[in-house]
Design a protein around this ligand. Structure first.
Ligand SMILES: Cc1cc2nc3c(=O)[nH]c(=O)nc-3n(C[C@H](O)[C@H](O)[C@H](O)COP(=O)(O)O)c2cc1C
Ligand SMILES: CCCCC(=O)C(=O)O
Length: 360
């Protein structure tokens, strides 16, 4: 067999490495998976308008996010329970991100403690925060993230409850006994292991723990208890982008949670232009959902994203080859981005402008 050439081939290889429950949990979207498919289809509909005879002998993918220099505008999206993919779980992903010179966003639902991830040499860690009904749990997570040296809090705002992920419901998906939600107190994490004949233990856990009553006031509360920059993840409209801006966030992640929450919402890349326009440079804007090629990264940058986050492909790399697999996925994407920059006449990230893309 030839070496794996692209992220799609990692997906196929990962399937062979994973049990059916983990595979479906990773891959799945909500309900009819319309948005899951749209995230990819929308990139396919966008066309590039390259310039030629620009000196592209050196293409530089480096940039800055929240004032941190990164080797490429490709960051690691927060994903829970990564030990489902590989015994090293989030530790391997953090090491790979560190090796690749980029940011790791560690999930509240990680299967390795955030302190252990923050101890990885050279890592830049942002902590993804789910808002708990019990504010003491949220507060404790914020304090621990600060103490461990995390550089930002990424509040996920699109999951007051979990989307209806029918692949998980059908299997009665629950976490295996040897895998813990390592950041959570046992009183909260226990339900994740309650296998049922039907229903998802993860969805039940979210319903009994996450604060479905959270509002912009809750974001203001987080800002009041922490000096870390706050990022809100899961914005899809200009209206909410303006509210985010008004509440003083440092950045927005345009995201539909990889098609796992409200099904039928627009593709993240389609929501990006209105969010970028609404914030008018007042905060940074990132995008996630369906990024599988360097040209996808280029399209997002052209529409005003400062960076993208990548989700499932890193789990595929992790499942196939642990840290080395995650590293390879990050390198493949970065190499593809550098090539796309050369072929489009944009040798620096700052030169990737709106005129590079045409929407249908
Ligand atoms: C298995 C899995 C677990 C996830 N866990 C979280 C999480 O704990 N917190 C969060 O904010 N987003 C979570 N997400 C959403 C990702 O951060 C991201 O928005 C999405 O995966 C991006 O789409 P992509 O997978 O097409 O790249 C998860 C996604 C997947 C696939
Ligand atoms: C309870 C949340 C689980 C992690 C998550 O956000 C996801 O599976 O999409």
């Amino acid at each position: 067999m030839h070496a794996i050439l692209n992220l799609h081939e990692y997906e196929a290889a990962a399937r062979a490495c994973l049990g059916a429950g983990a595979w479906d949990y990773f891959q799945g979207g909500s309900e009819d998976e319309l948005t899951l498919a749209e995230n990819r289809a929308a990139f396919g509909r966008m066309k590039l308008r390259p310039r030629v005879l620009v000196d592209v002998t050196a293409c530089d993918t480096s940039t800055r996010v929240l004032d941190v220099p990164v080797a490429s505008p490709i960051l690691v999206a927060p994903m829970g329970f990564q030990r489902l993919a590989h015994a090293d779980g989030e530790l391997a992903t953090t090491r790979a991100a560190s090796g690749a010179g980029t940011v790791m966003v560690a999930s509240t639902m990680a299967s390795v403690r955030l302190e252990d991830l923050a101890a990885v040499p050279g890592s830049t860690l942002w902590f993804q925060l789910y808002l708990f009904r019990d504010r003491a749990i949220t507060m404790d997570l914020v304090r621990r993230a600060e103490a461990a040296g995390c550089r930002a809090l990424v509040i996920t705002v699109d999951a007051p409850r979990l989307g209806r992920r029918e692949r998980d419901l059908r299997r009665g998906f629950a976490l295996p006994d040897d895998l813990r939600a390592a950041n959570l107190p046992p009183s909260s994490a226990g339900r994740l292991h309650e296998a049922g004949a039907s229903g998802s233990a993860i969805a039940r856990h979210a319903q009994s723990n996450f604060d479905a009553g959270a509002t912009w006031e809750t974001v203001a509360w987080i800002r009041s208890i922490s000096t870390l920059p706050v990022v809100v993840k899961g914005i899809l409209t200009a209206e909410d982008a303006k509210l985010a801006r008004a509440s003083g966030v440092a950045a927005i992640v345009v995201s539909n949670h990889g098609g796992r929450q409200l099904d039928g919402v627009l593709a993240a890349i389609e929501a990006l232009p209105e969010v970028v326009e609404a914030v008018a440079g007042g905060c940074e804007v990132y995008l996630d959902g369906g990024v599988r090629r360097g040209t996808d990264v280029l399209k997002a940058l052209a529409l005003g994203a400062r960076a993208v986050l990548v989700g499932r492909p890193l789990l595929w790399g992790l499942a196939v080859d642990g840290e080395a697999g995650v590293r390879r996925v990050l390198e493949l994407l970065r190499d593809e981005l550098a090539l796309a920059m050369a072929l489009s006449g944009r040798p620096q990230v700052a030169r990737v402008d709106r005129s590079l893309v045409k929407f249908p």
